[in-house]
Write a protein that binds this ligand. Structure first.
Ligand code: ZN
Length: 298
């Protein structure tokens, strides 16, 4: 028995000095980014899948239990999760991951946001007072978020700080190379007019120089109506668009109708990691997004 204990003591230094960080990501894109930046140093759980609308998630007890155990909560912020995240944080009662603590990270807070309203009028629909939250559709903003998130990981797990810095350097180099490639490949999209189901893509438009030709939703968060679609059809007859975009979680009927009526090409984009085949990581996500947009122009 003594010998066994001695053997176990000798083996002990082989075990990792620190257990992996428990990370709760609100959306798959942040789970994918943490995986890039932390590797095996983090156990990442995503609260949502690409087939779920992140604006509308139920604060289930299983999610509350995950938040209770988390060392770090990584979410979009800018009110995207306003309908469910505050409830999860409150119910979980985990002081380390409350807003303002090191264990709480909002991606949209560290980049410039578009569509910040000068006045907030709820009659305008589901308006995000902090600006458009869908920042991850611009890979340039992903690069900036990666730097902030990596620093946060290093702060929470200082023993491995150098390893996080090394992984960030490697990710940033590969991402920047890919960004040059994607930007060049996407050149034909510059100036292309597109309709979208929801204001999911304003950051993608900004990156690629595409122009918004309208939305299928009547107002953000308010589903398409027959009258609104009929008016949009008239507008497009005067000033045509090429594509109509939707995510995997949006009802395809409105975009299919508009496509039949006006000849715009319907394109389902992955929106986030895991949205379509080939998008398990962030590189695949941007790659497939660009390729699907280009295919829509053919
Ligand atoms: Zn939105």
């Amino acid at each position: 028995m003594k010998r066994l204990i001695l053997a176990l003591l000798l083996l002990a230094p082989l075990a990792p000095a620190h257990a992996a960080l428990n990370v709760f990501a609100c959306e798959p894109e942040w789970a994918a980014l943490v995986a890039e930046l932390a590797g095996e140093r983090a156990k990442v759980y995503s609260a949502t899948t690409a087939r779920q609308d992140p604006h509308r998630i139920e604060a289930r007890p299983s999610l509350i239990a995950r938040v209770r155990r988390a060392d770090l909560v990584v979410c979009t912020g800018a009110e995207l999760e306003i309908g469910w995240l505050p409830l999860l944080l409150r119910q979980a009662g985990n002081a380390r991951v409350q807003p303002g603590q090191a264990g709480y990270f909002e991606a949209a807070a560290v980049v410039e946001r578009l569509d910040v309203p000068t006045t907030v009028d709820r009659a305008m629909g589901d308006v995000h007072a902090s600006g458009n939250p869908h920042v991850h559709t611009d890979p340039r903003r992903i690069a900036r978020i990666a730097e902030h998130l990596s620093a946060r990981l290093a702060g929470l797990d200082p023993a491995n700080a150098q390893a996080y810095r090394d992984r960030l350097a490697d990710f940033s180099r590969r991402w920047s190379e890919a960004l040059d490639r994607w930007s060049a490949r996407a050149a034909p999209l510059r100036g292309v007019r597109v309709v979208a189901h929801h204001k999911d893509w304003v950051y993608l438009y900004e990156w690629l120089g595409m122009e918004s030709a309208g939305y299928l939703e009547v107002k953000p968060g308010i589903p398409p109506s027959a009258a609104h679609l009929a008016a949009l059809k008239v507008e497009l007859a005067a000033q045509p668009a090429r594509l109509v975009l939707r995510t995997p979680y949006q009802d395809p009927r409105a975009s299919e109708w508009l496509a039949q009526q006006t000849g715009v090409v319907p394109v389902e984009l992955p929106y986030t990691a895991g949205g379509t085949p080939g998008t398990a990581d962030l590189f695949g996500l941007v790659e497939v997004t660009v390729e699907r947009l280009l295919a829509g122009l053919q």
